[in-house]
Structures are given as structure tokens and as C-alpha cells.
Design a protein around this ligand. Sequence first.
Ligand SMILES: [Zn+2]
Ligand SMILES: [Zn+2]
Length: 285
Amino acid sequence: MERYFGARAALATMHGKERAFARPFGALLGLELELPAGLDTDQLGSFDGRVPRTGGPEQACRRKAQLGMERLGLPLGLASEGSFGAHPSLPFLAAGLELMVFLDQERSLEIWERLIARRTNFDHRSATALAELEGWPQRVGFPAHGLIVRPEQPCTGAQDLLFKDLADQQQLAGAIGAAAAGSSNGRALLETDMRAHRNPTRMACLRTLAARLARRISTPCLACGAPGWGRVEVVPGLPCGWCSRPTSLARAERFGCVSCSHSEVRPRPDGLAEAEPQHCPLCNP
Ligand SMILES: [Zn+2]
Ligand SMILES: [Zn+2]
């Protein structure tokens, strides 16, 4: 798509996401990303929980992109937003939902891409000392992946005590000791740092997401020519192989335009036409 070739888009980030985004947007769209200086995206909700996020992640993501555009006076903008917690269909598995939006103010376009990150190190622990954690920091990728440490139940005066950007075991042990001392139950709370520049696993997800969004933007709608054509939803109802009744598995995918009402239903990309009876609510209750 030549529409955006040589144009500049504001990328609102303070966590090094340009490392993941610049290449796909440059290669597929010829779009240059510009970072607004001194932008505090943490005012919209921060990963350490100090600033709660108001509204949903979509709202935070859009607002972030708009802030960057306002700051740089550009009609194009990008932002991403991650949410972490239990996997929607497998509650015992940690998962991340990564959202990314591209705004084109002049054409009133809002193009989204989403990614459920099944591979994430999102986790937390409580401890009185490092030895108690029995290798957990290594299992969540420390020190290549960051950890955030604070008092589990902060004493008066220790509410703002928080350690991040710890370089090694020694600094981690010190942070746990200081946080535990500032907690009324003598325990430190350790959480994986989900900021992109301190989390290589998340950064890899963002790279995938950025490539998908750039591809979507580069795909024009067949009806109106607007950028952003792509999959908008999966259509459930794959028939059971035994009784032919619809299951909750995807039967097809619907593709759509962000600008006009044109859409198309296409078969599953893997060609699967029947569901295993184990997914059927009747054959395998
Ligand atoms: Zn069945
Ligand atoms: Zn269209």
C-alpha cells in the first residue's frame, strides 16, 4: 500500500516498543515511527499498579495513541496495550492479551489487531527471603526478564516502597529484604515486570502483533479501497463428526472493512470441516 509511504506516525511508548514496531511498519508500509519526547504513558495506568487503568484496555490504547498524535501534531498514530491474567478458556494458565491500534485522523480510520499470548511469564510470589523462592526467579526468566518487588502489606510510610530494574540475584535479595522489612506481615510481594523493555517474551509477542497490524493496514478493502481489511471474528458452529450438530469450535472466519460495511465469510484456513465428537455437547457430555 503506497498510501502511507514516507509518512510519519506517532508511536506513544516509553517502554522501548519501537524496537518491535519500527521494522514491520517500515518494511510493509514505508511508514516512519516518531516517538513523542517526555510522554508519560503511565499516567493512563501503569504496570506496577501505582496508577490504576480507568476504562477498558481498548480505551487506554486509543487514548495513548491520541496523546502521541497531539504531542507531535501528526494525523497518524499507533499504540499498544497489554493485559495479563488467567487465560480466558484455561483459567489455570497465565495469558496475555495484546492490543494494538492504528489511527488515521484524516480518514477517520481506526484499525485494530489483537493477540492472545499463550506464552507469557506473568506470575507472582510472596516471600520473606530469596532462598524461599526455590528457583522461581530463574523460572520466570530473571534477570533477562525483570521483577518488581514491594511490601506485601505496606506499613505506614512504606506505601511507595517499590524496587524494579534489579540487575542480579544480589540486588534481588536486597530488594526482598527491604520490602519484607516494610511489610506488616514481614513478606515481600514479587511480580514479573510486564513492561516491554524488561520482558523479552512480551517483546517477541509485540513483534508478531506489529507485523500482523502492518499487514492488515497494507490490505485494502475490495469494495471501497480503504486500508485495514482483515479477519474481524471467528464464526462458531463447526458440525460434530458424529451427529452433525453445531459445536462451539470455529466453522469459518469473517473478514471485514473498517470503513464500509463490506464483509466476507471464508472457510477455516486449515480446511477442517468436522469437529471431533469430544467437542460436541451431545456426543460427549
Ligand atoms: Zn455430536
Ligand atoms: Zn470497505
